[in-house]
Design a protein around this ligand. Sequence first.
Ligand code: SF4
Length: 209
Amino acid sequence: MEQQTEITAAFIGVARHRLRRDGKGVTTLAAFHSCSLHCKYCLNPACLDNKRAFPQYTPQQLYDKISIDNLYFLATGGGVCFGGGEPLLHADFICRFREICVEDWKITLETALNVPLENLKTAAAVSDAFIVDIKDCNDAIYQLYTGKSNHLSLSNLEWLLQNAGAERITVRVPLIPDFNTEEDRQRSVEQLQSMGVKQLDLFTYKVSK
Ligand code: SF4
């Protein structure tokens, strides 16, 4: 009989007791290493660091670590937020974790959506909520800031809006010093609203120069 290899993934951190920051209720943030983008002011630069060794967990090992907060999750309607890095590079890991974890835990994905649609489809099928970091809808600004085009992110967002529903999606639109302006951001907001986005989180990156 063929033996199944257990999935593992590297994590830059696991942060407990995050209240209403990464989803409803008490949430544990599990931050994957690695990302498909290279943002100039990456909020979690460790996820792009390939020189350090980060802890590796199987879905079961991560579950064992996180389940210490089971009662908090159940009492508040919380659960786990997969972030990073880019969690959608680990869609199979997230599916396996969902199979193992308590049914009532909520799974939230914090993602830039700049991944193949198949990855999104796989993870979306087992997730409850989505925090989408869209950065800027202007492709030239996006490319300067992240090193890649935003076409994939925006087409994936269309798919997600149609298939998960706008109520489950929050789109984050930052003001990025030296990269976009209030006017650029307003244009992004209008484009996102015309796509059907209902929940927006507008904020400003704090950059130390
Ligand atoms: S998408 Fe997020 S994790 Fe990835 S490089 Fe940009 S800020 Fe960093």
